[in-house]
Design a protein around this ligand. Structure first.
Ligand SMILES: C[S@@+](CC[C@H](N)C(=O)[O-])C[C@H]1O[C@@H](n2cnc3c(N)ncnc32)[C@H](O)[C@@H]1O
Length: 233
């Protein structure tokens, strides 16, 4: 397990992954900080990731925990992942099928990042809620897309899942019985508030911590790198 985000293979090889927006790859810089910090804190053991692509997030999770990770993707690109993470492959099961054909088991941390059309994402979300441990976390990617937002409003909120954290790419949920107050109010913002802006927003009757970074930290990776090193995160 690696202690600091700036020391991970994930971050050192970040520039090699396919670009999405500006210089950011599949996992945006602010999201990477949140995922890494959450995994270090809660040490989830049994993760499901729907949508593996190049395995960038899977690698980050491997480096921040000793979890077992189940991934599903009918069209993965494994070359870079195989090079970087060959020593940890015993902790990963990659199923090369559609998530709609996958037999869900039980998980304590689920990332929904596969097909974003309304029907498949709705099915992924319903299966994920049924498969999530009581203390688990559900992470929904590209929640801004109308199809994903509609599925959240039809299937996630009525299942009494609570949105509690939001970043550029991910909306995070836990169950009603879980309290993450101290973590959200103090621990998470603590050091990173020098370059990530944290503010509470109200949505659907819930208070959600919104984590947002200035464009310079996604346009210029050397600036984000400097920030991580300066604050030793
Ligand atoms: C945004 S990428 C995933 C990125 C990855 N989660 C990461 O952070 O590194 C979306 C992936 O979903 C996969 N996908 C598309 N339809 C799918 C389905 N029905 N079931 C599972 N994965 C699917 C695509 O092949 C693509 O690789």
């Amino acid at each position: 397990m690696t202690n600091k985000l700036h020391q991970t293979k994930f971050w050192k090889n970040y520039h090699l992954y396919t670009k999405m927006v500006a210089k950011c790859s599949m996992r945006y810089t602010v999201d990477a900080y949140l995922y890494f910090t959450i995994m270090k804190k809660y040490q989830y053991k049994n993760i499901l990731e729907i949508g593996f692509f190049e395995g960038q997030t899977c690698g980050l999770l491997l480096e921040s925990s000793d979890a077992h990770i189940t991934c599903i993707d009918p069209w993965p690109e494994t070359k870079l992942f195989d090079q970087l993470y060959k020593d940890s492959q015993d902790r990963v099961d990659l199923h090369i099928i559609k998530s709609q054909d996958f037999n869900f088991k039980n998980y304590d941390f689920i990332i929904v990042d596969g097909d974003k059309d309304f029907e498949p994402v709705s099915q992924d979300l319903q299966q994920s809620i049924n498969a999530l441990d009581p203390a688990g976390m559900l992470l929904i990617n590209e929640y801004q897309k109308p199809s994903v937002m509609q599925a959240i409003e039809e299937f996630v909120l009525p299942a009494k899942m609570v949105p509690f954290l939001k970043s550029d790419q991910t909306l995070f949920f836990h169950r009603l019985t879980v309290d993450r107050g101290d973590f959200l109010d103090f621990e998470l913002p603590n050091l990173a508030n020098n370059f990530i802006r944290f503010e509470n927003i109200e949505s659907w009757g819930h208070t959600i911590l919104n984590a947002h970074t200035l464009p310079i930290f996604s346009d210029r990776l050397d600036f984000f790198d400097l920030a991580l090193k300066e604050f030793d995160l």
